[in-house]
Structures are given as structure tokens and as C-alpha cells.
Design a protein around this ligand. Structure first.
Ligand code: CMC
Length: 430
């Protein structure tokens, strides 16, 4: 059922604008003709009220704490599904049949190796390079290696590029890690599942046998599911914007990785762990909560708050359970960081400031502790996020390319700089 149009009065003139409805969630007022009708733009820095596209992939109800991939609640996918099944769902729109799943898993597995020349590309980096810097560069460089999947007008090439990125991201991420610690690269092993293979590429060494721990593999697989997509967040919007110009998919995903790196986005789990370490003991939590509330102090509690979730992030609940499973499997009973995290969560959830502003722990609050316990250094946390989010980015990119109404993304601005003025030569400048 379509809603009535909305009327906006601009300079005493009533402008009728169509209202569009989705399947669930708020409807939108279509302002695309507003400039032509009024000569005025809308102003919404940070896109707090602006939908930039139509999408069928992911739905979030931030007030209710709901996250759906293609209609399926994240809790059900995380409990019953696996990451590659989630990838299939995000890419194709439906859960696979058993045969489709076997075929998809096989195809991803057969794409896990990277061109051997990539090894030489890696040698150019300093050993102390941040692995996210290496990821931005190496994923962008894939377009220099796989010319046969950069024609975005060819549906088959688009799918090959998607499979390649889902398959090669763990290999590149593990290489980025191995390179920084000075260990040899470990090639993928195709009889392992996606996540066990990744753990092996990160933690195996040529001189010892490596047995993936199924509890850790399952926990990491679940972390990947939780991070697979999150509708039009900053990095996904970056991928769409880059893709809207016709850039190749490898370049677009590299742009997404660059955006994800920031501490307000994917870098928050690294920042959250650093903050927990800085707080150090549960007794000091109150002091840091006070700092976060102080208007004159720029400090924020990392891992708290979300642009969209104004309720408990559903991913954080699952992540909290996963954290406990991993710590128990590894026999970590008294983790000081976890003690600080628990105290912080309890205090913040009861504090008027956080209640009033609807600031709840987000997924990054727990993921850092879990990944650290698994043996990943903090600099790898955002890399793991990028690995998991690649499928979301590529699904959103493909959806955009396949949308016949797609055009290059080109925001407008409110200009507040100097008005037109004449050039003055250096000699005449006072
Ligand atoms: N600690 C203390 N105060 C906070 C925090 C926080 N973590 N987050 C927001 N606030 C306050 C903020 O000071 C502001 O107060 P006031 O209205 O008095 O000025 C109010 O809450 C609203 O904040 P905002 O910055 O306008 O909200 P936003 O929607 O623009 O920001 C956010 C969302 C995630 C950037 C922010 O909450 C934040 O910086 N959190 C810490 C970083 C973090 O954990 N980021 C991970 C996000 S989840 C992962 C992902 O999806 O990438």
C-alpha cells in the first residue's frame, strides 16, 4: 500500500513529494526532484535522516535491537548457520540447498590461493607496517592481478570477482599477519573449512603440525557471521560511492577497507581493548566513566554507543556468549580485561548519562577480548572485521550495479567559503 505524498512548504510554495515504503522500517520522502522544483538542496551532514539507496540485503531496527540478513534474524544465523552459508545468503538472497552449499563451498575453497607474484608485492612493505595498511594496498592490487574479472558490465565477471574476494581475503589477511611477525606465509589447505583454514594460515608454522581447535574455529566463524553486513554504514557507503563511478570491484573493496580502519568504525575494537588495558583494574572504571561523561573531556568509552542501535546491539549479546566460550575453552578464568569490561558494562548500563543517551555496549566491546584470547594482536582486529565484511560490501556493490536506476553518487554542499574575488599578484598582497 503506498502512502500519501508529503508536502513541504518552501518560500510559501507547497511542494508535493512522493513517499516510498519498504517492506519494514521507516518510509522515505523522495526529495530527488526538490532542487529542480525549488533551487534548494537539503542539508544532512552524516546522513542522519537520509536514505542513500534502496536495498534488499540487510535490515536494522536500532530501537528494538534487531538485525536481519535477507530477513533472517542474526541470532538464528549465528546459532545454526556457518559463515559461507551466510555469504551465499547475502550474495544470492536465499539460503542455499545442500547441493548449492556444497558447490559454493567448493568454489570458494578453490579460489583461496593468491597469485604467487603477490608474495613479491608483500616484500615491499616494512615489517612494522600496520596490517590494515597492507590490506588496503594488497586488496587494491588484486585488480592488477585478475584482469579477467574487472569488467563490471559482465555479470559472470562480477560473480568471479566476488568469489575471488571472499576466498582470498583470509589468505591476504593471514599473509599481512605473518609478514609483520617475520614468519613464512602458510598456503591455504583446501580440505579445511573456511575459518579453520584461516586460523591455520595465521598460526601454523612449517616446523610443526597444526590442528585447528573446533571450538575456536566455530567461535571465529560466528564472529565472521556477526560482522558480515550492516546495511549502509560508512564503509559500505564508501564501497557504493566508489562503485558508482564504475571503478572495479577490487578497488571499491580497498576503499571500503580504508574507511573501516577509522576508530569510530571498524577500528573501535582495537580502541576498546586499548582502553580496557589503560583502565587496568575494575576499581578504576568509575574514574573513566566520569571522564566519558565530562563535556570538557573528549574521551569516549570505546565500544559504547552506535549511530543506529539505540538499544542493546543484538550482535553484542551473541558476542558476549562467544567470549565466554572461548575463554573457557582456553582455560582463561581470570582475565583482567574481562573483569574491567564486566564492571564497565554494569556501571555504564545503570548510569543515567548512558541510559538517557541510549549508549549500550556494541559488538566491538567484546570482540577485542575474544580475538586477543585467540592469539590475534590488536592490530589484526580490524583486519578480521574487513575479512568478514567483504561479503557484505560485495553484495551491496553488486546490488547497486544491478539497479537500473543507479547513477554516480554526487552529494551537494552548502558553500560557506569566500565569495568570488579577484586574484592579486604576490607583489600587491599586503
Ligand atoms: N562515550 C561517551 N559518550 C558518548 C559515546 C561514548 N562512547 N558515544 C556517544 N556519546 C555521547 C556524545 O558525546 C553525545 O553527547 P551530547 O548529545 O551530549 O553531545 C551523544 O552521546 C550522541 O553522540 P554522537 O556522537 O552524536 O552519536 P553518533 O551517532 O554520531 O556516534 C558513535 C556514534 C559510534 C560514533 C559514537 O557512539 C562513538 O564514538 N562511540 C565510540 C566508538 C565506537 O565504539 N564505535 C563503534 C561503532 S560499532 C562498529 C561499527 O558499526 O563500525
Amino acid at each position: 500500500m503506498s502512502l500519501p505524498t508529503s508536502t513541504l512548504t518552501v518560500n510559501d510554495r507547497a511542494i508535493e513529494m512522493p513517499t516510498k515504503t519498504g517492506t519494514i522500517g521507516p518510509s522515505v520522502i523522495d526529495i530527488s526532484k526538490l532542487y529542480a522544483q525549488t533551487g534548494q538542496f537539503t542539508y544532512d551532514p552524516g546522513f542522519t535522516s537520509t536514505a542513500s539507496c534502496e536495498s534488499k540485503i540487510t535490515y536494522i531496527d536500532g530501537d528494538e535491537g534487531v538485525l536481519l540478513y535477507r530477513g533472517y534474524p542474526i541470532e538464528q544465523l549465528a546459532e545454526h548457520g556457518d559463515f559461507l552459508e551466510t555469504c551465499y545468503l547475502l550474495l544470492y538472497g536465499e539460503l542455499p540447498t545442500a547441493a548449492q552449499k556444497a558447490d559454493f563451498d567448493y568454489r570458494v575453497t578453490r579460489h583461496t590461493m593468491v597469485h604467487d607474484q603477490m608474495n613479491r608485492f608483500f616484500q615491499g612493505f616494512r615489517r612494522d607496517a600496520h596490517p590494515m595498511a597492507v590490506m588496503v594496498a594488497s586488496v587494491g592490487a588484486l585488480s592488477a592481478f585478475y584482469h579477467d574479472s574487472t569488467d563490471i558490465t559482465d555479470e559472470k565477471q562480477r560473480m568471479v570477482a566476488s568469489m575471488r574476494m571472499i576466498a582470498k581475503m583470509p589468505t591476504l589477511a593471514a599473509m599481512a599477519y605473518k609478514y609483520t611477525i617475520g614468519q613464512p606465509f602458510v598456503y591455504p589447505k583446501n580440505d579445511l573449512d573456511y575459518t579453520s583454514n584461516f586460523l591455520r594460515m595465521c598460526f601454523a608454522v612449517p616446523c610443526e603440525e597444526y590442528q585447528p581447535n573446533p571450538v575456536l574455529s566455530r567461535a571465529l566463524d560466528r564472529i565472521f557471521i556477526l560482522h558480515a553486513d550492516h546495511e549502509q554504514n560508512a564503509s559500505t557507503s564508501t564501497v557504493r560511492l566508489a562503485g558508482s563511478s564504475g571503478a572495479n570491484p577490487f578497488a571499491c573493496i580497498a576503499a571500503g577497507i580504508a574507511c573501516l580502519w577509522g576508530p569510530a568504525h571498524g577500528g573501535a575494537n582495537e580502541a576498546a581493548l586499548k582502553m580496557l588495558a589503560e583502565i587496568g583494574t575494575p576499581e578504576r572504571v568509575g574514574e573513566y566513566v566520569a571522564k566519558a561523561k565530562d563535556k570538557n573531556d573528549p574521551f569516549r568509552l570505546m565500544g559504547f554507543g552506535h549511530r543506529v542501535y539505540k538499544n542493546y546491539d543484538p550482535r553484542a549479546r551473541i558476542m558476549q556468549k562467544t567470549t565466554h566460550e572461548v575463554l573457557s575453552e582456553l582455560g582463561i578464568k581470570d582475565d583482567p580485561l574481562l573483569d574491567v569490561a564486566m564492571e564497565l558494562e554494569q556501571i555504564a548500563l545503570k548510569d543515567e548519562y548512558f541510559i538517557e543517551k541510549k549508549l549500550y555496549p556494541n559488538i566491538d566491546f567484546y570482540s577485542g577480548i575474544t580475538l586477543k584470547a585467540m592469539g590475534f594482536p590488536t592490530s589484526m582486529f580490524t583486519v578480521l572485521f574487513a575479512l568478514a565484511r567483504t561479503v557484505g560490501w560485495i553484495s551491496q556493490w553488486a546490488e547497486m550495479i544491478e539497479d537500473p536506476s543507479q547513477k554516480i553518487g554526487r552529494p551537494r554542499q552548502l558553500y560557506t567559503g569566500a565569495p568570488k574575488r579577484d586574484y592579486v599578484t604576490v607583489a600587491q598582497r599586503g
